[in-house]
Ligand binder design. Sequence first.
Ligand code: BYC
Length: 312
Amino acid sequence: MDEELQREFDRVVAAEQRIEPRDWMPEGYRRTLIRQIAQHAHSEIIGMQPEGNWITRAPSLRRKAILLAKVQDEAGHGLYLYAATETLGADREDLTQKLINGRQKYSSIFNYPTLSFADVGVIGWLVDGAAICNQVPLCRTSYGPYARAMIRVCKEESFHQRQGYELLMTMMRGTEAQRRQVQDAVDRWWWPSLMMFGPPDDASSNTEQSMAWRIKRHTNDELRQKFVDMSVPQADKLGVTLPDPELRWNAERGHHDFGTPDWDEFWRVVKGDGPCNAQRVAHRRKSHDDGAWVREAATAHAAKRAAKESAA
Ligand code: BYC
């Protein structure tokens, strides 16, 4: 029986059809999806903090409204993704506990500080740009609810990226000090953005199996290369220098060559020792605690209603 179910699963995946919540799936597939989607959800929720830092200090009403909308979108992305994990049998409260107890990961990128308003623009351009590069292929991931969530997420991400690029264009047309601020932000965010794609393929423990299951559609290095190739002309147009002396066009490969990210730094940040890890998790834990009364009130309300309905 199990063999038959496995054959059907393999057939659906190979035929580029979608596995749905009601379908049989190997336990490892379910676990891998919960791991990846939960990390993705946590990243969206933790990712609200670095930019949220600038909402009260945005330089104009227009910039504040844009930033508010973007940060709210991220909360929405987190919710779709937590909902997708629930279709796999995960429990959202359990995932939240794992995040605030440091037992589940979120993207390394959100452990760096946002030091100036130019960081808001650079996060939009580079961080959301990297997110799009990584997530557009996930619209074709083999698990239906994840693939469908990604379609909407990607539409919103592309607005996020454009708002960032437009902000930077505006600053680059401004004063010399503003241009310096943009360059400084690019210098700080470039390498961490390359690290978002995960470790090099030969150090990526999950890629091979995730590619076979068509959860991942490209390897970490393939997507990182795509991102570099995409960003170089954008940096040129913006008038900033990407902080990599080894970055150059390789006509033979038809791609840019580029330097090696500091993988020791990456693993330190992933293991919890980045510039803002402790602060990000503490903030998330406090928000969760502060929200306890809302959850209690909602649960009490639901129980009362259920009691009323059953009495009626
Ligand atoms: N940071 O075998 P690998 C966003 C972990 S949200 C931390 O290659 P995989 C946005 C990895 O989990 C951005 N940890 O893993 C939000 C694994 O550890 P475990 C998030 C990382 O899963 C708000 C180990 O290292 N995007 O863009 O095959 C505002 C070995 O790695 C990282 C997603 O989550 C990292 N950067 O590939 C703006 C997209 N990289 O779990 C923007 C969905 C790796 O075995 N996720 N690790 O203990 C994916 O596409 C894949 O999970 C990854 C990693 C490419 C990220």
